[in-house]
Design a protein around this ligand. Sequence first.
Ligand code: HEC
Length: 131
Amino acid sequence: MAAEGGYTRTAGAALAQRSIVLRPHGRSIEAIRTMKNRLLASAFVLAGAVAPAQAADPHLARNLAATCANCHGTGGRSVYEPLVGRPREKLLSMLADFRSGEHEATIMHQIVRGYTDEQLELIATWFSEQR
Ligand code: HEC
C-alpha cells in the first residue's frame, strides 16, 4: 500500500536524522550507523512482507461492504433499502447514479464518492453473492 511505503520512508528519514543529531549513550557514529542500517533493513523486509498479504486479503470485499452496515444492516439485510442478494449490475448502476447526481439522495451521493470504482465493484459483487 502506498501509505505504508510512505511511512517506512518517513521512519527511515527520522532515524537517519536522529542518529546524526543525538548520538544516544555516547555510542560511536559507526555503531549508530550499523544500528540504523539494521533497523532500516528490517523495516523494508517488513514492508515487503506486508504488502502482498494485503493485496491478497480474502476479506477485503466483506470488510468494505461492512462499512455500509450502519444504515443498510449487517450483511445488507436492513428492512429499509436492503442490499443483500441484489444483482451486481443493478447495485453498480444505482451507485453510479448517486455519484453523478442522476439519482437525488440525502446522503448516498456523498458516501459513494469515498470509494474507488474498484472498491464499489468489490462491494456490489459481495452483496450480490449474499443470500
Ligand atoms: C449513513 C447511512 C448510509 C450508509 C453508511 C450507506 N448508505 Fe446507502 N443509502 C442510505 C440512504 C439514506 C439511502 C436512500 C438514498 C438517500 O437518500 O441517500 C441509501 C440508498 C442506497 C442504495 C439504493 C437502494 C435502492 O433500492 O434504491 C444503494 C445501492 C446503497 N445505498 C448502497 C450503499 C453502499 C454500497 C454503502 C456502503 C459503501 C452504503 N449504501 C452506505 C444511507 C446509507
